[in-house]
Design a protein around this ligand. Sequence first.
Ligand code: KG4
Ligand code: ZN
Length: 333
Amino acid sequence: MPIILGIESSCDETSAAISIDGKIHSNIIANQTIHEKFGGVVPELASRAHQQNIIPAVDQAIREAKIHKNEIAAVAFTRGPGLLGSLLVGTSFAKAFALARNIPLIEVNHMQAHILAHFIEDPVPAFPFLCLTVSGGHTQLVLVNGYFEMELLGYTLDDAAGEAFDKTAKILGLPYPGGPLIDRYAQQGNPQAFTFPEPQIPGLNFSFSGLKTAILYFVQQKEREVPGFLQTHLGDICASVQERIVSILLNKLKRAAREVGVQDVAIAGGVSANSGLRNALIALGEQQGWRVFIPRFEYCTDNAAMIAIAGHYKYLARDFVGQDVAPLARYNV
Ligand code: KG4
Ligand code: ZN
């Protein structure tokens, strides 16, 4: 009945979680709001905030799980990918904790952990399954053959899907991070109001930078023709942009599922919180005869529960690392 402490600090969320025998008993997330006024995450500020938040987050995770820290069997932490200064805080904390308590240390790949969030609660997908991982830094199509046997089938050649949302929001004058706001405004708009281009990228790779440029030119031109257009049509613009981002993602997902011939299809990462994507995937799944897996909202965006779960399965496999482990800003699945 191993108890695992999970630590996540790859970007701007400091998170600590406790799993007991593969079930989550606490998942504390300290958001950093300081970045809002800069329109994006400022790495130096993120590291400092992690430094302040990490001990209170771990203390609270232990308290809420109603365990004593002596009972923790191992500590799992995000090794990468992410911002190096942010990763260093979680890595250093985890190393010190493991050393002080003389327990094993487990390194976790953040992108694998987003996928393994599907094993937090039933029903769980069956191997092999396909996962579309969409976050602020990544857009990946992954064939998941086992807990840590993952094959990258496609990825973005430029911006990530989350960046496409966030950069569009910036063009529309919305604060950072704009993804959730576009989602909200889109619910009041008509997704067919405007048509944005779908990039013609061969194979299973993605591209979002052309879409961003098309949106910028569209908004500039409309504003010239009809001043105030953006404000009066915000819902329709958001709904139309979201419609296009979702169709780019799902067209590739459909193609990948056909190519590898799987029935279980999942989404993961921050953008999987998007209601347009969730609804469109459910509809597509029904049409294609897939079993569709969508994480609960709190397990879509960055969290330590997914790190603790990944740590749990590595603990069972006795997959530990030494004190010489270093964080990796780039780290493939
Ligand atoms: O996985 P995540 O929390 O952090 C990274 O590992 O990058 O993903 C954050 C991304 C941001 O780009 C944010 O705008 C996007 O997920 N996001 C959303 C929604 N919620 C979060 N995008 C669209 N709709 C949402 N509801
Ligand atoms: Zn993430």
